[in-house]
Write a new protein. Structure first.
Length: 310
């Protein structure tokens, strides 16, 4: 069954350490398991121009909570950390074998752990042969450093090619996808402010349904608060389909006595395939609101209405 994942992107930058610890503590108290971060979070908000702040905060929290490591699963990403603070994202480290090995060791050190439950290729790097990238990731699983592998912001065809290469090499391959996904859909072909974001398509959903070992994680699941603060909704979502979907969302929310965010999360969790939404709450109250989505059960008719609205 899919689960809500706590996104730690803003920990150590926009969200201070004390507040981050409170969110992590509450998430665990509410039965949460998965924490998602990346080695480049959040370089664009830090004076250094480099990442690592989020992993460091999560690492200090783990160190301050003896025994909690056995209760949580740590997910992090590599490949998009800038190598030059002036150039920023265009200087991303990439996915060569030496980078993958070094970045993994650095993430483990920042997190203060010896094993990652899930490690992602954060962005594509077509300057490196795919078989080199696949082999380097697979080696980490063989060594016992990583439990599972995923690809973020990769097209489904390239993920499948990587999976085939891994099988041919006799190493572990990608069994998780992380992409931008929510109930509202951007206009096809519309540019998003974050150029590296890749949006879930019907083809991606079909790919996941057709591969039982592959799970789908969704970032920006609540559109940065755009469901309740329209000014935060990107221009790409300004079309008639959004109006129709919001109307149906509100109708179902009224029937169930829930908020828009809770209906969206319930829709993601219980769909086909079930999606693992990453939620980046900034307060304990907002986190509670998200986790309460587990209690919202859409019946078949409500889900069908939501699906058909366009």
């Amino acid at each position: 069954m899919s689960e809500i994942v706590l996104g730690a992107m803003l920990f150590g930058t926009r969200i201070g350490e004390r507040e981050s610890f409170a969110l992590l503590d509450h998430f665990i108290e509410r039965g949460g398991r998965w924490i998602d971060t990346a080695n480049n979070y959040s370089f664009w908000l830090h004076e250094s121009g480099l990442g690592g702040q989020s992993e460091q905060v999560v690492g200090r929290w783990l160190a301050a909570r003896p025994g909690v490591r056995d209760r949580v699963r740590i997910s992090t990403k590599l490949g998009a950390q800038p190598t030059d603070p002036v150039v920023g994202f265009p200087s991303a480290e990439g996915l060569s074998a030496p980078v993958i090995r070094q970045a993994t060791e650095q993430s483990l050190a920042r997190l203060g752990i010896e094993h990652l439950d899930l490690l992602w290729a954060h962005i594509e790097d077509r300057s490196v042969p795919l078989d080199e990238t696949v082999a380097a990731f697979g080696e980490l699983v063989t060594r016992g450093v990583v439990g599972r592998l995923g690809a973020s912001n990769h097209p489904a065809w390239r993920v499948e090619r990587g999976r085939q290469l891994a099988a041919a090499q006799g190493v572990a391959g990608w069994t998780a996808l992380q992409l931008r996904h929510s109930y509202l859909r951007p206009r096809p072909g519309a540019a998003l402010p974050a150029s590296a974001h890749r949006v879930v398509t019907d083809e991606v959903l079909d790919f996941v349904r057709g591969n039982e070992d592959v799970v789908l994680w969704a970032y920006t699941a609540l559109l940065n608060g755009g469901y309740v603060l329209p000014e935060r909704l990107d221009e790409a979502y300004e079309h008639r389909g959004t109006t129709r979907r919001l109307a149906e969302l509100d109708a179902v929310a009224a029937e169930l006595g829930a908020g828009r965010h809770q209906i969206v999360l319930s829709w993601l969790l219980g769909g086909s395939p079930g999606v693992w939404p990453i939620v980046g709450a900034t307060t304990v109250e907002r986190l509670d609101e998200a986790l309460d989505a587990y209690e919202i059960k859409l019946d078949a008719a409500q889900r069908d209405r939501l699906d058909r609205a366009a």
